[in-house]
Write a protein that binds this ligand. Structure first.
Ligand code: GLU
Length: 455
């Protein structure tokens, strides 16, 4: 396995991993690279493990994934030429149920990114109380650079390459950055075709499908809904309520736009937005619904592929974006975006992590020093996988739930996960990220205690 720092990642000042994790890193053969995403995420978990006194054998097991699958597969392009693609599926842990987690389609996805994201899924599923383990996959591809017909062949061929490694009771992919419900429909169809004599409903091998083909109501907005459910649950502790909040969103894809729309509908005011195309501000408020329509406009109709050029807000610099005073900041783009410089600039009371691992440990230390509360991703963005679980249950029972039921059940899971996190914080007097890890680890520990280690 190679471990690397993302090429597009700017050099962060070295932030040593917590001393307690160092010997585990050595025992399982992990590099002690403070800028490596996997070292960072596992380091935070090991800190929680130390605080709660998790047995040594569980620290070892959880510090590495069970399986790391890497595939290469050729695909014919529309012009008749062939290209070779690289795909991944990492299965981190299945002690609590089948491996579960999304597929990232991004030109710069590496094995270590996928490992980190798979690890986070194990923690997230445990904390939010769904009967799944953690997995993640991806294809090194820029979906924006391929026609629909090329993407269909890429997705179907990738599914074929990993078909023996997934399944409705074994490993269940879903959408993530760059992938969507159409891609999930192609996966479900390809898997069904390949497993005609398979289980009772092979389409349950993937979630986040279109409603017309086994998808669940409420799944598309689910991660954003979970972010807002968490905020509504946690804000009163900071003597805040949505109606008093201005907020800022970084990344305006699925998670960012839905978080924006739903938080706005609760009375909060969106004032700044940033994405890969630029940064915008309007102190009178940016209508998240209107901005989402603008962002989704095709290029042929004047769309810019992002927020750039949005006529109802002014363009600002990255620095102005981070420094703008808001109550809530929602990072909903990629990992490692809040490093020390961004953390120094932020002028907010709460960071609600809509993305996976958006804050580096060094960035988080700055936020802590500055008294900014962080609602950690394994709590805050667990809404997506929770509604994926509801979709899977609906597929398996051949039933469909109405939106009210989906939203209501989601809220219950989010409130319970927030409660577990708060309980751990109270018991161990720690920060919320450590507490969320402890909440997740406690459930895993109980399962391992009763099931034991084979043989
Ligand atoms: N990709 C989403 C996440 O990171 C959803 C995963 C799923 O639904 O399985 O949580």
């Amino acid at each position: 396995m190679t471990t690397m720092t993302r090429p597009d990642q700017k050099a962060a000042a070295p932030a040593p991993a917590p001393a307690t994790s160092n010997h585990i890193f050595r025992e399982v053969g992990l590099p002690e690279d403070p800028n490596n995403l996997y070292s960072q995420t596992v380091g935070s978990m090991l800190h929680g493990a130390e605080v709660m006194g998790l047995p040594h054998y569980l620290r070892l097991i959880l510090a590495q994934p069970k399986n790391e699958i890497m595939v290469h597969f050729p695909v014919k392009m529309d012009d008749g030429s062939f290209r070779l693609f690289k795909g991944y599926r990492v299965q981190h842990n299945n002690a609590l149920g089948p491996y579960k987690g999304g597929l990232r389609f991004h030109h710069d996805v590496h094995l270590d990114d996928v490992k980190s994201l798979a690890f986070l899924m194990t923690m997230k599923c445990s904390l939010v109380g769904v009967p799944y383990g953690g997995g993640k996959g991806g294809i090194k591809v820029d979906p924006r650079k391929h026609s629909a017909t090329e993407m269909e062949r890429i997705v179907r061929r990738f599914t074929t390459a990993i078909a023996h490694q997934i399944g409705p009771d074994y490993d269940i992919p879903a959408p993530d950055v760059g992938s969507n419900s159409q891609h999930m429909a192609w996966i479900a169809d390809t898997y069904t075709f390949l497993s005609e004599i398979g289980g009772s409903n092979p389409t349950a091998t993937v979630t986040g499908k279109p409603i017309e083909y086994g998808g669940s109501l409420g799944r598309e907005k689910a991660t954003g809904q979970g972010v807002v459910d968490t905020l509504c649950e946690m804000l009163p502790e900071l003597k805040l309520e949505p109606k008093q909040c201005t907020f800022s969103v970084l990344g305006f894809g699925n998670v960012g736009s839905w978080s924006g729309k739903i938080f706005q509908d609760k009375g909060a005011k969106l004032v700044t937005v940033g994405d890969h195309t630029g940064f915008i501000k309007n102190d009178k408020g940016i209508d998240a619904h209107d901005l989402a329509v603008y962002v989704n406009k095709p290029k042929s109709e004047g769309g810019t592929g992002g927020i750039a050029g949005y006529p109802k807000a002014e363009k600002i610099t990255k620095e102005e974006f981070y420094k703008h005073k808001v109550e809530v900041f929602i990072p909903a783009a990629l990992e490692q975006m809040i490093q020390e410089p961004e953390a120094e600039m932020l002028n907010c009371k709460v960071v609600a992590e809509g993305a996976n691992a958006p804050t580096t440990p060094a960035g988080e230390r700055v936020l802590q020093r500055r008294g900014i509360e962080v609602l950690p991703a394994i709590l805050c963005n667990a809404g997506g996988v929770t509604v994926s679980y509801f979709e899977w249950v609906q597929n398996k029972t051949f039933k469909s739930w109405d939106l009210e039921r989906v939203d209501g059940e989601l809220k219950k899971h989010m409130i319970a996960a927030a409660g577990r996190t708060r309980d751990a914080r109270r018991k161990y007097k720690c920060d919320l990220r450590t507490a969320a890890y402890i909440g997740a680890l406690e459930r895993l520990q109980k399962a391992y205690e009763v099931r034991g280690i084979f043989p």
